[in-house]
Every structure is written in structure tokens, then in C-alpha cells.
Design a binder for this molecule. Structure first.
Ligand code: UDP
Length: 503
């Protein structure tokens, strides 16, 4: 049966969940692998691939790594015109990934399709899959190669996700009776009494334990423990307790290698700007506007790629900002506002905005946060935005919307003292007060902790720093495991069906 032994090159398949922040952090990771001469196949949904190649310089950028990276696609199972953003839509995305992408992925891997007929691309020797697509871990196990789960959320949040079954067992979930959202939660290890009900991930607010998103998160989080290793985009000095807990109780080989955007910049020698890898085209005019503003005078406002809000909420933020009398740069995505209310924005509000406010559809966020004019960040507490703000040393006002953002904002305000949390509140008075707290009243206190955390973040990704060393270790492990895979794999001639036997 035409089989032969063959020594395989290291070939890592990187496979993100098809959503903006997952793709951008895993692309940065893929570039870090290329810098270390590992071959990478980056597997995106068709939809994400098209937008990424349309809106960013990804193609030109990865041309710097000839023969080391290639992009492949797989369907996400959703119709072309599906909006793919907003809380309700995520459920459809998870479901279609499981129903459509999962079987196609298995077929792709088991058939050896990614290397068939190619003299340059040998079989995949390691799968790094998004931590919410653990079906890919099972496939790696079945074909006998290394599996790595990549969590794009904070370690603290992952720890909270992992503890949800304990909360249910202890009767802390679902919330019962007349709900006091400030009631402390006692069964997330290491965070006893620190998280309140309102700080639990958004889907924990469901009174129905059979809620599909809740069940999905529980099963994916437990499933991560089956991987050979876990990657988290964080750093030791920020989340040491959560990381220690994960290593002891969930998965010993846990690699904290973040903040990835900063890590990549270090390994690129600090000279090359890190690309955005976002799904909208950034409007760079806002940088010119920032150039004309005084130092630390501008509040940057952005709610990431998936948050949606009502027109009323938008107006409360808007009035709060102009009433604060601070300058602001606001990313108003064209799909930010839901609902059919098309009443024009009051002329008076637009008038009060001119001169102090700059509105854009999408901004080059990392550069914006690093601009000397930025003094604060009103954010939805997405994990990438949080890390980018930490690295830039910019204090935050947090308005979390769902999922991990609830936990992140609690840590930002109460554990790391990097800003204020306005979770569950949205009125102009609160916005005005929080902006003034951040920019004036409590500025010194926040700037002190933000400067210190920024220093620690940069240190972690410098040569000899914790994240730098962890990435070196991970790459070494991938090389060793890939060699092991190559020694035990039987590669069949293309004319024969793939077989899972081992020699
Ligand atoms: N981002 C950007 N320009 C914008 C808004 C956001 O480049 O105008 C980027 C931001 O730098 C971050 C990502 O989009 O890397 C948002 O990721 P995050 O995890 O914060 O939130 P999500 O979009 O997943 O809710």
C-alpha cells in the first residue's frame, strides 16, 4: 500500500474564530511564528478573508515572509449578508461554526488536503485553534499532532468561564428571586467576593441554564483542558494569580505571551509598525486632527467591532461628552446604532461638537492610543482594546457590553486601578462625571498606575521578559512535538486514502 516514512517540516495551522478580534490577535501570533521561521497556514472563513484582504495591507505585509505563510479559507455557514455583529448574532455564528465549519474542517484535515500534491507544504504538524472552536483540538488528537488552544480573552475571564459549573452547583447561578446585581459572587476561585453578579460574563444573566450561549461557553472552556497547551494573550505581571490557577487546575502548559501587538513590535525590532488586521478601513485623518490638539487633552471613544447601541444610548454618550467640555475622538461605526429610528441628530449637538469632537467610521486604534494628545479611553473593555490601552498607558472609562468585557472592566477599575467602570449605566450625567473623574479629578492616581502597568507590559515582551521567554518556550515545544509527529506519522501516497494508523 504505497506508504513511506518521511521527515516533516514544522507546519502550524492557525485557525481563529471568524470575528475581528480573534482574527487580529491570532494573525499577530502567526507573524511571530513566521519571524521564527515556522511555516504557517492561516485558516479564515471566506467572509473574513475577503474583508481582511480588502481593508488591510495583510497581503503586502506577509509577502515579507515568502514560503512561510499562506492563507486558506473555509465556510462559516452564514449567508453573505449576515451582519456578524451584535450580541444576538454571535449565537448564530457559534451555531453555524459548529454545524457547518466543524465537519468541513475535519474532512480538510483528515484528507490531508492542505498538503496533497504540494512539494512545499508538508502535512500540518500542530494545530493552534481558537479556544472557542475546540472541535479542532479533537481533530488534532485524532490525527496525532500537537494541539494548542488559543484564548483571546483575559486569563481572569477564562478562569471565571471555567468556574461557571461551580457557580451552578453552589446555587449562585442562575440568579434567583429579586436580583441584587451588587451581590458578591463567592465561587470563582481567587476572586471570592471580588466579582459581583453584574461582573459575571454577560450570558450569566440568563435565568435559563439551558441558554445555548451559556452552554456553549461552559463546554468550550472545559474542552480547552484537553489541548496539549494553552496560549493566552496576557502577561504575568498583569494576571499572575489567574495564570497560576489555570496552570495548576486546568492546563499546565499555559503560555502567557502577550500583549501580542507589543510583542510583535519588539520582535520586529521596534522599527516596523504593526499592521491593524481589522475588518474596516481606518480613517487616518483623525491622526492629523490629533496632531493639532494639546497633549493628553482628548478622550478616545470606541466600542470595538461588535457592540451595538440604541439611538438613545448614543445620544446620552454624545451629550455626556460635550457637557464634559473635553475634546473627543469617537469611532462611530456605520453599524453601531441598532433600531429603525432615523431621526436626525439634533443640530445643537452637532454644533457643540464642532471644534471639540472628531468622528470617524474606524480609526487606526493602536496609533491613536499611542498619540500624545490622548488622555483617556472610553471603551467597551474588549480584551484587545484593554491591552492596547495598557501598553499605551492610557486610563480607561469602561462601558462593557457583553461576554468577557464584564469581567475585564471589573479588573481595570478595582484590581489594576486603571480607570472607572460605568457598567450597566448610560446617562449623560454619569458620562460627564466619569470623563471628568478620569481627565481631571482622579487623573493623577490613574496616570500613576497606568504608567506603571505600561512599563510592566513593555518589560514582559522585551528580551528576557516573561512573555518573550514563554514564546521561545512555546516555539521550542512546537518544534519538538512536530518532530515527534513526523517520526510517528505514516504519510500515504496521494492515491491512497488517508489512514490514521501509526507506525
Ligand atoms: N480597532 C481599530 N479601530 C477602531 C476600533 C477598534 O483598529 O476604530 C481595533 C482595536 O485596536 C482592537 C480591535 O479592533 O484591536 C477590537 O478588539 P477588542 O477585543 O477590543 O473588541 P471586539 O471588537 O472584539 O469587541
Amino acid at each position: 500500500m504505497g506508504c513511506k516514512k518521511k521527515v516533516l517540516a514544522v507546519h502550524v495551522l492557525v485557525f481563529p474564530f471568524p470575528a475581528q478580534s480573534h482574527v487580529s490577535s491570532m494573525l499577530k501570533f502567526a507573524e511571530l511564528l513566521c519571524l521564527e521561521n515556522l511555516k504557517v497556514t492561516f485558516l479564515n472563513s471566506h467572509y473574513i478573508h475577503d474583508r481582511l484582504f480588502r481593508c488591510t495591507d495583510v497581503e503586502a505585509r506577509f509577502a515579507n515572509y515568502p514560503g512561510l505563510i499562506r492563507f486558506k479559507t473555509i465556510p462559516d455557514g452564514l449567508p453573505e449578508d449576515h451582519p456578524r455583529c451584535g450580541h444576538d448574532r454571535f449565537r448564530e455564528m457559534f451555531e453555524s461554526t459548529r454545524a457547518v465549519t466543524k465537519p468541513l474542517f475535519r474532512e480538510m484535515m483528515v484528507s490531508g488536503e492542505l498538503s496533497l500534491g504540494s512539494s512545499t507544504w508538508s502535512p500540518v504538524t500542530c494545530i493552534v485553534a481558537d479556544g472557542v472552536m475546540s472541535f479542532a483540538i479533537d481533530v488534532a488528537k485524532d490525527i496525532g499532532i500537537m494541539s494548542v488552544a488559543f484564548r483571546t480573552i483575559s486569563a481572569s475571564c477564562y478562569r471565571a468561564y471555567f468556574s461557571i459549573p461551580r457557580l451552578i452547583e453552589a446555587g449562585e447561578l442562575p440568579f434567583q428571586g429579586n436580583v441584587d446585581m451588587d451581590m458578591p459572587i463567592e465561587h470563582v476561585p481567587g476572586m471570592e467576593g471580588f466579582l459581583r453578579r453584574r461582573d459575571l460574563p454577560g450570558f450569566c444573566r440568563s435565568s435559563n441554564l439551558a441558554d445555548p450561549i451559556l452552554q456553549f461557553v461552559i463546554s468550550e472552556s472545559q474542552h480547552n483542558a484537553r489541548a496539549d497547551a494553552l496560549i493566552v494573550n496576557t502577561f504575568e505581571d498583569l494576571e499572575a494569580p489567574a495564570l497560576a490557577h489555570i496552570r495548576t487546575h486546568i492546563i499546565p502548559n499555559t503560555y502567557a505571551i502577550g500583549p501580542l501587538h507589543s510583542h510583535l513590535q519588539t520582535r520586529l525590532g521596534g522599527k516596523t509598525a504593526v499592521s491593524l488586521y481589522t475588518l474596516w478601513e481606518a480613517d487616518r485623518n483623525c491622526l492629523t486632527w490629533l496632531d493639532t490638539q494639546p497633549s493628553k487633552s482628548v478622550v478616545y471613544v470606541s466600542f470595538g467591532s461588535a457592540v451595538v447601541m440604541t439611538r438613545d444610548q448614543l445620544l446620552e454618550f454624545w451629550y455626556g461628552l460635550v457637557n464634559s467640555k473635553k475634546r473627543f475622538l469617537w469611532v462611530m461605526r456605520p453599524d453601531l446604532v441598532t433600531g429603525k429610528d432615523e431621526t436626525p441628530i439634533p443640530a445643537e449637538l452637532l454644533e457643540r461638537t464642532s471644534g471639540v469632537g472628531c468622528l470617524v467610521d474606524w480609526a487606526p486604534q493602536e496609533e491613536v492610543l499611542g498619540h500624545r494628545a490622548i488622555g483617556g479611553f472610553l471603551t467597551h473593555s474588549g480584551w484587545n482594546s484593554t491591552l492596547e490601552s495598557i501598553v499605551a498607558g492610557v486610563p480607561m472609562i469602561c462601558w462593557p457590553y457583553f461576554a468577557d468585557q464584564m469581567v475585564n472592566s471589573r479588573f481595570v477599575s478595582e484590581a489594576w486601578k486603571l480607570g472607572v467602570d460605568m457598567k450597566d449605566l448610560c446617562n449623560r450625567g454619569i458620562v460627564e462625571k466619569m470623563v471628568n473623574d478620569l481627565m481631571v479629578e482622579r487623573r493623577e492616581e490613574f496616570v500613576r498606575s497606568a504608567d506603571e502597568m505600561a512599563r510592566l507590559a513593555r518589560e514582559s515582551v522585551s528580551r528576557g521578559g516573561s512573555s518573550f521567554c514563554k514564546l521561545d518556550r512555546l516555539i521550542k515545544d512546537i518544534r519538538i512535538n512536530s518532530q515527534r509527529a513526523s517520526k510517528t506519522s505514516i504519510i500515504f501516497d496521494v492515491n491512497y486514502p488517508f489512514n490514521l494508523n501509526r507506525s
